[in-house]
Write a protein that binds this ligand. Sequence first.
Ligand SMILES: N[C@@H](CCC(=O)N[C@@H](CS)C(=O)NCC(=O)O)C(=O)O
Length: 231
Amino acid sequence: MTKRDEIKLLGTAASPYVNRVQFVLKLKSIEYEFIEENLACKSELLLTSNPVYKKIPVLFHANKPPISESLVIIEYLDEFRPDVHRILPSAPIDRADNRFWANYIDNKYFPLYEDLRQTPGKEGKEAVKKQILEGSVLLEEAFEKFSNGKAYFGGDDIGYLDVVLGCFLGWVQFGNKHNEFNAFDEVKTPKLAKWADRMLSHESLQGIIPGNETLMNFYMMLQIHKPPRAA
Ligand SMILES: N[C@@H](CCC(=O)N[C@@H](CS)C(=O)NCC(=O)O)C(=O)O
């Protein structure tokens, strides 16, 4: 067991990128100290440990250099503790395919939710919702391929893409509720809808997916610091 003071995670509970790291630390039974970051007034620790992006999460492992970017961090943890709950598949081609879809989720799919928040007017929002639903259909196809009839992207157990997409589920639900739509539609994306229910009730995600109040506070902070575009 890693000593508690060996690993520190700088973040905030509402961040899905931070939640990913928390999720992998939990899956791998690694103890750590959580350092709360205030994004409305960034700490010196954040600015000096991630001077390139100035974003959370940042992982500190003993006296090694800090590690930034959630995907980089979870892969580091997978290599650091390979004997407990491997999240990336063993074949290089499967790892490449997993990374491709993780990049799609981070660079194309999830940014659409921020776009939805920032886009003014009903018509504009409907156009973004359509793009989200098209993205969900692509993810449904990816799920079919990776899960191969099993419960998770990782097959019988939680894998890399379950962590990557699973940690967005709190925000997906929040987006659904506040925009009156369903991104993981039971008709258009039935397998993804069932997967989402399975993930949200999975024991290892309990206490990691933020509750509504935490999400709402973060959302209000975004509305102030990054207000929606003018109509
Ligand atoms: N690509 C980064 C994204 C991290 C990210 O966007 N973090 C947000 C919090 S959810 C942040 O720190 N935002 C501060 C800012 O944009 O200045 C990762 O995967 O770690």
